[in-house]
Write a protein that binds this ligand. Sequence first.
Ligand SMILES: [Zn+2]
Length: 385
Amino acid sequence: MKKVYFVEMKPKTEQIVKIHKTMGVCRYVYNLYLSKNKEVYENENRFMSGYEFSKWLNNVHTKQQDQWIKEVSSKAVKKSIMNAEKAFKNFFKGKSGFPQYKKKKNEDVKCYFPKNNKTDWTIERHRIKIPTLGWIRLKEYGYIPKNAVVKSGTVSKRAGRYFVSVLCEVEEEKPAIQLHNTGLGIDLGIKEFSVCSDGRVYKNINKTQKVRRLEKRLRREQRSLSRKYEHLRKRGENPATKEANIDKNIFRVQKLHARLANIRLEYVKSIVNDVVKTKPRYVAIEDLNVKGMMKNRHLSKAIARQCFYTFKKWLIYQCKKYDIEVRIVDRYYPSSKICSCCGQVKKDLKLSERIYRCDGCGHTMDRDFNAAINLLHAKDYVVLT
Ligand SMILES: [Zn+2]
């Protein structure tokens, strides 16, 4: 079984320099592949594959300019070309938008290091040996099992902190637990994060004071940052030649983003762990059309903050571990419109009606709870394997 471990590291100054250099080169090559492809498309009306670009980069481009590309791990460079090619392919398949240029401030570049030598990716309790970077201390001791066989790993940076994520091959050990006979329907929403068919309600964490305060601080920092950019522009200076104050402001924004992301991730994970602990035979959730919902301008922000996609991913991962069946109920199944008591469908249910009242049998119930029960009994679903 493959498993991914994600830990914070404490690299030394010279290692940080190396990491930054690799990230810079990877970002540069990614962007170069994008612009080269635009050029090839305009001139020859065809797509340039990652392999072809890589050949051109090695045999033509770096012979004439940008020799410094050669100074970092060639595997990391190759991986970033592959990532760019994948972004194009996803775009061709209609899965995502046109590939975007990577920007330094977005911190979305990872350095990839495969295992080349025998001692690469050796793990000890407190440190890890990364190819070309050497031993780096870990912040969490003993989290990655010492006997794990690492295939490859990536190094990333977020808000001034450094992380390593390693892909390991570990021996499968299915915890022997007895599942209950009943399933669990989960209705996801914006008012509450989720309402389960067993009556559990998980509140929306974005409505808590802690998150609200952080978001307010983030908005303030973002405003002050854009004001600083505006001043520079008015004075006719190039925002790229930033001043120390702007750098500090960018850092504060990044830090707040990272903190909010962390809080949300931990919350989503804790809900999944809670659900799995009830040992249902199966869980049934809606096939969320997140992309479609995001088109609704009024709701898009609230939906994005709920991290439903992460929730689904983590739920599937955890359920697989315990052999719990995951049912994805058909997108057009009217889970909130059906009466969970007699089965009658209420066609004109408004979003504002928080209490479901059945015209047929007079059954009255909380809207989301009713939907969760319907999901539990839904017959139109696919099982994820
Ligand atoms: Zn009814």
